[in-house]
Design a binder for this molecule. Sequence first.
Ligand SMILES: [Zn+2]
Length: 317
Amino acid sequence: MVKEILEEKEPLVYACLRNDLKEDRLAHSYLLCGEKTPLKLKTAYLLAQSIIENKKDFACEECHTCKRILNNNHLDVLFIDGKDEIIKKEMIDEVLSEFSKTAVESSGKKVYIINNINNSSPKVLNMILKFMEEPSNENTFGIFISDDASGLLETVVSRCEKLNFTSCDFKEIKNEYLESGVDEFDAYLLSETIHEYIDDLELYTTAKDFIIKTIDSLDDPQYLEVMYIKELYTLKEFKEVSDYFILMIIKILDDAISNHYIGNEEYDELLDKVKNDALALLEIYLDAKQRKDNCLMIDRKLMFDEICCKIIKYKNR
Ligand SMILES: [Zn+2]
């Protein structure tokens, strides 16, 4: 059960929440931040279940109500995710107007969970702030999740009870992949970069193919540009694939620099191939990632064009 995992992995967060529940001193907003771990989202649901169950303790996690909450099938618990798209004003509008009505189900409390809240504009954050401050919303609780709290408005952070996650154990996720039949290479790279278990590996596989092609054509970077224009930019899921690409190549380059071989022939060969260029490439890709993270609307084609230019320049130095 999640509460047991939480107690073991994040004893501080566990103690803090248990205390709030026992003393009936729940904060109106919680910010779950820190290490990229799927435990943050699981904890958010556990907290929502506990608020709705209202027993001055962690929820049972087993009853019908708890299961409905976990399946986003409970009228008083709403879930918004900024993982794949920027959280828009309209999305929040809908939640907040829904929430100004009284609770539909028997607990009388309402909870909204916003995952990846860092992926929203200051305007949206301000809207949430205003909502949080209205006295009429005293039975409404917000749970915000962000891998990186540093990009959030200070005014938002300061109004939340901050729960900092420090454990970063991807072994479980890797095992989940291995058990589902994924090979060592993919299980390793997926768990280390995406940090969660996903069923559909199509985007990942496409991104991985482009990484292998990229590394194979480093000695002929002009070809790289042509290949990106013809094959990468034309993908329907170019945005998603390019995001996976950046995350994954950074991990591979990092491993190549630190000689982090994993004992998988295919992966270790890839590290050997890229080893001599790894430092220069890492700088190029980290720079791209940083600019991407700082600008939600970044033109990804332009970003890849620039990466190509830098690689060509580096290779012709
Ligand atoms: Zn329950």
